[in-house]
Design a protein around this ligand. Structure first.
Ligand SMILES: C[S@@+](CC[C@H](N)C(=O)[O-])C[C@H]1O[C@@H](n2cnc3c(N)ncnc32)[C@H](O)[C@@H]1O
Length: 434
């Protein structure tokens, strides 16, 4: 037998040469799941919710192999002991699970590439600079969303498991981005984690030399908006609404006067102006958000600010005033917070529509349309539709209003049938029939 040219003699071999390099063994402890979780996982649902069984999961095992009472292995889970509610999420059903743990990095890489490629094929970045490159469970990246804002990528951790894989995430995402979006030079990566239901924490993680910026300007459908990385809560624009705006473009283009209720920083208002509205009114309680709206308007020199009015007021009060003044709009967009409080009581968005919809109907022009939005997974699309139809049938002033179409998550933010918790956005378009 011939010796290979470069092969070393036994004597010159070093200790590290002598053993094949083995990746350090990653723990994947087996754990019995609650009977309800077993049922859900067998149906294909990706979450394991906190219960007396998850309390017994090994705190130091990053992966868990979920089993039933007979020790049948059901799924390989990524584990997040720090999450208050969702303790583990399904990574794969493909067996053997111990092999899948060893293959984790490769699978992660493939899933990131697949998600980025899907959006590149759809060309979402052709007309907007805010796009989800990966959308959590729907892209088989449980608890991880990857958002692109112009040239800054944001890893949104819903599961803190991902922090352990931060380096891999950065490396795979950078390479996938270079491959599928060679036209954009990525400047930096931020990781964002929710600290509580009220606040988030953002940190620039790559490259280390990058000096953090507080804000940038992005464009969506030829409108510029400021995005704030130092805001404790939201970034200043909701990217999941972007594909809704796109799908409603025809409706906006036909509307001369638009009322935007719960306007926030004005994405729907500026979009309306861009689509040719002659009059746009934005209502929001928050002076800070309306200031941001104003700054956004100033950024867009081609939009005429004299066609826009900001009203800093409670939506109910402003609708009452419009009704008194017999003011009418061709299009009313209403996107209330999921729950609101007036110091005395909490009101859900669904309840809020009971009193708001009749007032909106009074303020609608004879052939006008309304876009009513509900932003929660806990109420199903069907229940929302039934509730809106019930309000219409019980209020004379709503007579003639009919459901024209419904929209939901889509495009760069897909939803999975098996996973209603991820399907939180419901949009109903109502039209007035004579
Ligand atoms: C979910 S955000 C709306 C997002 C907006 N539609 C968008 O896509 O850009 C809710 C907004 O409602 C405002 N808000 C909350 N309660 C309000 C009230 N009673 N009257 C007016 N605005 C209110 C908040 O200040 C916040 O800007």
């Amino acid at each position: 037998m011939k010796l290979q040219k470069n092969s070393k003699s036994r004597k010159t071999q070093t200790a590290s040469d002598s053993k094949p390099k083995k990746a350090p063994k990653i723990r994947a402890d087996k754990a019995l799941l609650h009977p309800q979780s077993i049922k859900e996982v067998r149906r294909g649902h990706p979450w394991i919710i906190r219960d007396s069984y998850t309390a017994k999961f090994s705190k130091i095992s990053p992966f868990i192999i979920g089993t039933d009472k007979k020790e049948e292995e059901l799924a390989l889970l990524i584990h997040d002991p720090t999450h208050p509610k969702i303790k583990a999420r399904v990574w794969t059903f493909r067996k053997p699970f111990t092999d899948q743990v060893g293959l984790f990095n490769g699978t992660l890489r493939d899933r990131i590439y697949a998600a980025f490629e899907k959006r590149a094929v759809e060309k979402y970045l052709d007309n907007r600079q805010n796009v989800f490159l990966a959308f959590g469970e729907a892209d088989f990246l449980p608890g991880l969303k990857i958002l692109l804002l112009k040239d800054i990528m944001v890893f949104q951790y819903e599961s803190f498991f991902w922090e352990k894989y931060r380096e891999k995430l950065v490396s795979f995402s950078r390479k996938a981005f270079e491959k599928f979006y060679p036209q954009i030079k990525l400047k930096a990566i931020i990781r964002e984690k929710r600290e509580s239901s009220k606040s988030v924490h953002r940190k620039f993680i790559s490259p280390k030399s990058f000096r953090p910026v507080k804000k940038i300007v992005i464009e969506e459908f030829d409108v510029a908006y400021e995005v704030f990385f130092d805001d404790l809560y939201d970034l200043g624009i909701y990217t999941d609404m972007s594909s809704i705006r796109q799908r409603l473009q025809g409706l906006f283009e036909k509307s001369r006067s638009v009322l935007n209720l719960y306007a926030y920083t004005g994405a729907f208002s500026l979009f309306a102006l861009r689509c040719g509205a002659r009059e746009v009114v934005s209502v929001d309680l928050s002076p800070e958000y309306l200031k941001k709206l104003d700054r956004n308007l100033k950024l867009n020199k081609e939009l005429d600010p004299s066609k826009h009015l900001s009203v800093e007021q409670d939506v109910t009060k402003s609708l009452d005033k419009f009704c008194n003044d017999k003011k009418e709009f061709d299009l009313i967009v209403c996107d209330p917070p999921t729950v609101s409080s007036d110091k005395k009581k909490m009101t859900s968005a669904l309840q809020k529509y009971t009193s708001l919809l009749p007032k909106m109907a009074k303020t609608l022009s004879p052939d006008g349309k309304m876009v009513v939005i509900l932003n929660t997974h806990s109420i199903k699309k069907k229940k929302f539709e039934e509730h809106i139809k019930k309000i219409i049938s019980e209020n004379k002033v709503c007579k003639g209003l009919v459901l024209e179409k419904t929209l939901g998550l889509g495009g760069d933010c897909p939803a999975l049938k098996i996973f209603p918790e991820g399907d939180y956005l419901k949009v109903i378009v109502l039209k007035k029939e004579k």
